[in-house]
Design a protein around this ligand. Structure first.
Ligand SMILES: Cc1cc2nc3c(=O)[nH]c(=O)nc-3n(C[C@H](O)[C@H](O)[C@H](O)COP(=O)(O)O)c2cc1C
Length: 175
């Protein structure tokens, strides 16, 4: 039995939901899994874990600053083990941008960080206009319009491919 830590950076909950699914899948292999928001990371004894999985959402083209600082602060430990990273964004709903090698945010992040994750993934997120404030709603709607996505304000569109999330979980459960 291994100890796995899943850390998430999530604003509207989809990255957290993906992490919860990963936890379920990894637990099926009898591993011990802790799930924690990145805001709560200071209390964590990272060295106690056999595998760390970091999942981070994109907003306005960026992963949260805490994600970058977590990676920079722990680069040595992260590079030394079988640790994993995944990004959640809606650009990844497009087949030609739904792999770590083809997703612009993953490509950009790897240029910015001193970590080469042993496992890397990207998942498409969710759009729920009713959750956003006025400015965010207008901005997302505009982005969806230029990228030919849904623009109706009652849209709740979950683009996440749960089969791929589960396959990633099975990969992460293998040691
Ligand atoms: C204010 C806002 C800005 C966003 N900006 C981007 C973006 O620049 N590129 C992108 O692919 N997705 C963008 N998204 C989509 C989010 O990545 C998607 O909704 C994801 O599911 C959010 O994850 P979370 O629910 O864990 O916060 C944005 C979403 C919001 C609400």
């Amino acid at each position: 039995m291994a100890k796995v830590l899943i850390i998430y950076s999530s604003t509207d909950g989809q990255t957290r939901r993906i992490c919860e699914r990963l936890r379920e899948v990894i637990k099926q292999s009898d591993h011990d899994v802790d799930l924690v928001a990145i805001e709560d990371r200071p209390a964590l004894p990272l060295a106690n874990y056999d595998r760390i999985v970091l999942g981070a959402r994109i907003r306005y083209g960026k992963h949260a600053p805490e994600v970058l600082s977590f990676i920079r602060d722990n680069a040595k430990l992260l590079n030394a083990g079988p640790h994993a990273f995944f990004s959640v964004n809606v650009v990844a709903r497009k087949p030609e941008k739904n792999r770590p090698e083809t997703n612009p945010y993953v490509i950009k992040l790897l240029k910015q960080i001193p970590w080469r994750p042993r496992e890397l993934e990207v998942f498409a997120g969710r759009i729920d206009y009713s959750r956003y404030g006025f400015v965010d709603r207008q901005m997302i709607r505009f982005i969806m319009w230029i990228t030919k996505g849904p623009t109706a304000l009652d849209t709740v569109a979950e683009f996440t491919n749960w089969g791929r999330v589960e396959a990633f979980g099975r990969r992460l459960a293998r040691f």
